[in-house]
Ligand binder design. Structure first.
Ligand SMILES: Cc1cc2nc3c(=O)[nH]c(=O)nc-3n(C[C@H](O)[C@H](O)[C@H](O)COP(=O)(O)OP(=O)(O)OC[C@H]3O[C@@H](n4cnc5c(N)ncnc54)[C@H](O)[C@@H]3O)c2cc1C
Length: 265
């Protein structure tokens, strides 16, 4: 539990509305809804977080990180919370829900680069990109996941990898609130250039912040990422049938478009 003074300090950082320490909210953020554990009653819940905070800027996250260091709280950031590794590991955890950071900052069509905030889902970016004849590697958990999380923080592989690679290799620069609370931009954008590389100048630390699997929120918070884009040679829209949870693309339409595109090539 947070003390009255701690709560006030947090509200001063992000605004009263964006600090939640009421029981229903904390319970809602501790249900363990992964498909593999939903039917096992003893595995349905994780620890209840001390609070859930929804910051808007890297500067706010920097202050929150410094608060947690001072007060000995664990800080656990997540982007969409689609996967349960974003759940709190202990009651002395403050969860950072980054859903207010949802901007596509830039789509550089010519150089095939997008820069996004944490709560830009694959489907949000892809819908914009198709209009420009571009595409992004959406990992196989589906369109709801965060492009930033799959690129900078967690896993990053899926069936479109055959043509669009593996997400850690698609990362082109990252803005990072480090565990100390300092804000660092890695790669070319950190040197005032465009978002075209995560490495350099000097030794690259891509391996340290990302590695093969990612750091799963255990090494600070990533607040912007540049991601490499690929060509999309099909049409920008498809006919969609069905409804949640099963949407189906009109196959005739898709095959016809593929055939048309082959003719164009
Ligand atoms: C049913 C299912 C299928 C899946 N299949 C695949 C698959 O085929 N391939 C694959 O690669 N992944 C898969 N995943 C895992 C995961 O959902 C994806 O890797 C996804 O890209 C991560 O995005 P997310 O929105 O789920 O992240 P979140 O749930 O928001 O977070 C995932 C992890 O990254 C950390 N994190 C998130 N945002 C940040 C941030 N801004 N800064 C620092 N750390 C952060 C979190 O703490 C957490 O540990 C699957 C998940 C589910 C539930």
């Amino acid at each position: 539990m947070l003390t009255v003074d701690e709560l006030k300090e947090l509200k001063d950082i992000v605004g009263e509305e964006w600090v939640k320490d009421d029981l229903p909210t904390r319970d809602a953020y501790s249900i363990y809804y992964n498909s593999s554990s939903l039917n096992k009653e003893d595995k349905l819940w994780t620890a209840r977080p001390a609070a859930v905070i929804m910051p808007k800027t890297p500067q706010e996250i920097s202050q929150l990180t410094k608060f947690c260091n001072r007060k000995d709280f664990m800080l656990k950031p997540f982007s969409t919370g689609w996967i349960t590794s974003s759940a709190p590991g202990s009651r002395k955890t403050i969860l950072l829900d980054l859903k207010r950071m949802d901007k596509i900052i830039d789509i550089d069509v010519k150089n095939q680069i997008a820069v996004v905030e944490p709560y830009v889902r694959a489907i949000d970016l892809q819908s914009e990109l198709w209009k420009h004849g571009l595409n992004v590697h959406a990992v196989s958990c589906g369109g709801n996941h965060s492009i930033l999380a799959s690129t900078a923080a967690a896993w990053g592989y899926g069936i479109t990898g055959a043509s669009m690679g593996y997400q850690a290799r698609n990362m082109l620069g990252v803005e990072w609130v480090m565990p100390s609370g300092e804000i660092l931009t890695l790669g070319s954008p950190g040197d005032g250039a465009e978002w075209f590389s995560t490495d350099g100048p000097g030794p690259g630390v891509r391996g340290l912040i990302r590695g093969f699997q990612g750091t799963f929120g255990g090494l600070g918070t990533f607040t912007k990422v540049g991601v490499k884009l690929y060509r999309w040679d099909s049409d920008p829209e498809y006919e969609v049938h069905g409804g949640s949870p099963k949407y189906v693309l009109n196959r005739d339409n898709v095959s016809q478009q593929r055939a048309d595109n082959r003719c164009r090539l």
